[in-house]
Write a protein that binds this ligand. Structure first.
Ligand SMILES: Cc1cc2nc3c(=O)[nH]c(=O)nc-3n(C[C@H](O)[C@H](O)[C@H](O)COP(=O)(O)O)c2cc1C
Length: 276
């Protein structure tokens, strides 16, 4: 997904696509709709296959870690400044206008309530991304996977599950997270920071490696739950009873707790000549 605010230009990113690689546009809606229209039309002309309109950022959240990181202080300020164009008045009533300027499928990114997913289906958009923006916008916003678990049964009961595609993002760190989302009924997941970190630490090789790890884990996980194809994944394969309780801690990795190899520190030998 190509973001509106990226460190490379839109055209550079499109030019870098390989083969039949599918690219989507993430749109921050500019209050100047002429600019928005130009961006959307250009993306479609360049072959983008989907318009993801971010709807959870009418104003940037207060990102205190960004603010406290001394060296990044000016970066946080810049992020705020360059995002000031985002239209805070964006509303459901704008969807027909987007429909009139593009034939790309329209997906709303940042939906956080079942009611809004139903409304999106009724408005005729092709999909939603359930997301709390990676926890970067509103404190206490629910995790997307919880909203997913609530949403899909409602869509099924209303016969809307094939009317729009439901994606989910936020906190996907392992392929087991992908499996959980697919079992619950997501069409796919978005992954942000893991690739950001892979890229920052190891460059392109890191991104390839992260992708390979996810692919291997996914294949292993599918095998271990007895599924030979993604279309066999379904809600009966997972236990969601604790999902909303928020009392289950994140499992602690006890490898470092003397269960296996204790950390061996070399013995200190005082040199004979030393007066210590
Ligand atoms: C550094 C950073 C920049 C982001 N920029 C945007 C953005 O410009 N537009 C947007 O819709 N979401 C943006 N997001 C949110 C991601 O699209 C996505 O919702 C989130 O990163 C998913 O969570 P994850 O990082 O835990 O995978 C950004 C996230 C991060 C970490």
């Amino acid at each position: 997904m190509i973001p509106t605010l990226a460190s490379c230009s839109f055209d550079e990113i499109v030019d870098a696509a390989r083969g039949a690689q599918v690219q989507w546009l993430q749109l921050y809606v500019n209050a100047d709709r002429a600019i928005t229209e130009r961006i959307v039309r250009h993306a479609e002309a360049r072959g983008c296959k989907g318009l993801f309109i971010t709807v959870d950022a009418p104003q940037l959240g207060r990102r205190e870690k960004d603010m406290r990181t001394g060296r990044r202080r000016h970066v946080a300020g810049a992020a705020r400044a360059i995002s000031s164009f985002i239209d805070p008045s964006l509303a459901w009533a704008d969807i027909p206008w987007f429909r009139s300027i593009t034939s790309m499928p329209i997906v709303l990114k940042g939906v956080q309530r079942v009611e809004d997913v139903v409304k999106a289906a009724e408005c005729g958009v092709q999909g939603v991304v359930l997301s709390n923006h990676g926890g970067r916008q509103l404190d206490f916003a629910r995790s997307a996977v919880e909203v997913l678990a609530e949403t899909m049964p409602v869509l099924r009961s209303m016969g809307l599950e094939h009317k729009l595609e439901v994606y989910v993002d936020g906190g996907v760190r392992r392929a087991t997270d992908i499996l959980k989302a697919l079992c619950l009924g997501a069409k796919g997941v978005g992954i942000g920071r893991p690739f950001l970190y892979a890229m920052s630490a190891y460059g392109f090789d890191g991104v390839d490696r992260a992708m390979q790890l996810l692919r291997d884990e996914l294949e292993m996980g599918m095998r271990l739950i007895g599924c030979t194809s993604v279309d066999q994944l379904n809600p009966s394969l997972i236990d969601t009873r604790n999902l909303g309780s928020h009392i289950t801690g994140v499992p602690v990795d006890s490898l470092g707790h003397k269960v296996y190899d204790a950390l061996a520190t070399p013995a200190w030998k005082t040199p004979k000549s030393s007066k210590l």
